[in-house]
Design a protein around this ligand. Structure first.
Ligand SMILES: C[S@@+](CC[C@H](N)C(=O)[O-])C[C@H]1O[C@@H](n2cnc3c(N)ncnc32)[C@H](O)[C@@H]1O
Length: 274
């Protein structure tokens, strides 16, 4: 598939929105609001199974108006994706006990920082970065998948679906839907302290970060482009951080040294001026 075709696919997944199996008046109202939020049709449930809805409607995804909303992809009809803080929860809990977070440490995040998370995904890293940036800082979180960007911003307007302590972090995250190379190109030089990339791994890590694995059919699988990397270097005042597998050739590609060689994941840091 060409780059342009892939962009088009990621931006235009076809969806329908339905009520849950037992539709309360609140769920009916949520179905209407969600259909509007995702700009997708709302179709009658008519006591149809998900398999039946996929067959009848011929769409990529079905959004079931539960709280939080559950998104099913036709290739994974038993693995809904929905907003939850996921791996951010234990990391935030550790931070609250004074245990440093590896990403915040390698990126040198300080209170008041402006951080570009160029790959929002489920938003777990954005939440941790927002905690590190504190009330005076902010996170600009970019996501090219319309569906993922919309699911996260729905959670923001629902105030985190009741996860304690998450609301104040969600408020510090400004989600921008689009390709990070283009959005970074539109930002002034030196307008962020740190730019962070966490692209999709070619080989999924099965026992870690299950939430992004459930989101995989909705994600943009492309590696970081040279253009995106160059723009990140221009926009960052302090550093650009890349998360990858330790063995990934992407570290050498950008002249980075992974911080760990035997772990499941590694970070590489490019520092401005040195
Ligand atoms: C591995 S996930 C990021 C996970 C994230 N750090 C988290 O904590 O959930 C990578 C995300 O980046 C998005 N992505 C990939 N290429 C992108 C691009 N060019 N612009 C914006 N987002 C992109 C994918 O759609 C996917 O959601």
């Amino acid at each position: 598939m060409s780059d342009a075709d892939l962009s088009q696919k990621i931006e235009s997944f076809s969806l329908v929105c339905v009520t849950p199996w037992n539709a309360s008046p609140a769920a009916v109202a949520r179905t209407e609001a969600l259909a509007e939020w995702f700009a997708c049709p709302r179709v009658p449930r008519k006591r149809r199974s998900l398999a039946r809805i996929f067959a009848d409607e011929g769409v990529d995804g079905v959004l079931v108006a539960e709280d939080p909303p559950r998104l099913y992809h036709r290739t994974r009809p038993n693995e809904p994706f929905f907003f939850h803080p996921g791996v951010a929860r234990p990391r935030l809990a550790a931070l609250s006990h004074g245990i440093p977070d590896r990403l915040l440490r390698v990126a040198g995040i300080c209170p008041g920082d402006v951080i570009v998370d160029a790959t929002l995904g489920t938003g777990a890293d954005s939440l941790v970065l927002a905690a590190g940036a504190g009330p005076a800082g902010r996170v600009i979180a970019i996501e090219s998948s319309f569906v993922l960007a919309k699911l996260f911003t729905w959670a923001q307007q629902q105030r985190g679906h009741g996860y304690p302590g998450i609301d104040r972090l969600l408020e510090r995250i400004d989600v921008q839907w689009g390709h990070h190379a283009e959005l970074l190109a539109s930002m002034p030089a030196g307008s962020a302290d740190v730019v962070y990339f966490d692209p999709m791994f070619r080989n999924p890590i099965v026992d870690e970060d299950g939430n992004i694995e459930h989101a995989r059919p909705w994600t943009d699988p492309r590696p970081i482009s040279d253009e995106a990397w160059n723009e990140a270097q221009r926009v960052a005042r302090r550093c650009v951080v890349l998360k990858e597998r330790p063995q990934s050739d992407q570290f050498a590609r950008f002249g980075l040294t992974p911080d760990k060689s035997r772990a499941k994941i590694a970070y590489g840091v490019w520092k401005k001026g040195g």
